[in-house]
Write a protein that binds this ligand. Sequence first.
Ligand SMILES: NC(=O)c1ccc[n+]([C@@H]2O[C@H](COP(=O)([O-])OP(=O)(O)OC[C@H]3O[C@@H](n4cnc5c(N)ncnc54)[C@H](OP(=O)(O)O)[C@@H]3O)[C@@H](O)[C@H]2O)c1
Length: 258
Amino acid sequence: MSLENKNILISGSSRGIGYEMAKYFAEICGSMVIVCSRNIENAKKVSEFINGKTYAIELDVTNTNNINYCIADLSKKIGKIDILINNAGYRFDKELWYKNLHEIEDDRFMEIIDVDLMGSIRLSKAVITQMIKSENEHKNKRGGVIINISSTPALSGHIEGSPYTIAKSGVIGLTKHIAREYGIYNIRAYTLALGNISTDATYYSMDDKQRSRAEEETSLKRWGKPEEVAKIASHIATDDFSYSTGNTIIIDGGTIMI
Ligand SMILES: NC(=O)c1ccc[n+]([C@@H]2O[C@H](COP(=O)([O-])OP(=O)(O)OC[C@H]3O[C@@H](n4cnc5c(N)ncnc54)[C@H](OP(=O)(O)O)[C@@H]3O)[C@@H](O)[C@H]2O)c1
């Protein structure tokens, strides 16, 4: 699948990795990118920085009605979504991150599960409903690609951030399930398990000591760049990956090797 003129929705594309993916898909791949933020003004502002085809929407992945409305509206205005990237993630909350599992209240736990895991499930459900429709019902071809953004603690475990690890582990299960259940509809699914990628939420919120510790963990001895994630995401979305689905692709500079 060439990505030119494909409709791609990237949740949480107002900044960080989501923004870089939006920019790359629009400017380099020639796709039509749906730029999403929980604040429509923000989504519109961000879209203006992208030199390509974009459409700004207000999307909160914790809100099923909002999701269903957006996907139905997009279907009328631009057609079905060909590629979905479930990227939206709960903000980095230092206090919660360093709390022990047994000390975290259920509702705080659920806040992260609600965005990172349930948000990916909700959006996948809405988009799959469109992807499985036949060509008679839709002008675009049946099928599509779903890319879920996870994290390396979901594979290795981690001593901190239990709600995050658990939510991101569920995301890997979601990918595998979509690949199995919807392969028959020509839907492919992948997980990108990310290591340390420099964004405001990570690199720029750490002190020098924390940054160099993260760097030292990797084989390549450096942080990853959001553009490097965007490049890999764009490759797996193409037909070059047509006989590969359900996979977890690790992007961590060679820290975890399986
Ligand atoms: N950076 C890393 O090193 C790293 C490593 C492993 C995994 N990841 C994962 O990669 C993804 C992006 O990370 P990042 O560092 O770029 O994060 P970020 O800079 O904090 O961006 C998070 C994005 O998610 C959106 N968001 C938050 N809550 C939302 C909600 N309820 N509904 C819809 N959108 C919501 C935000 O949009 P608005 O505030 O505009 O709504 C924002 O665009 C996350 O899933 C993260 O867990 C990152």
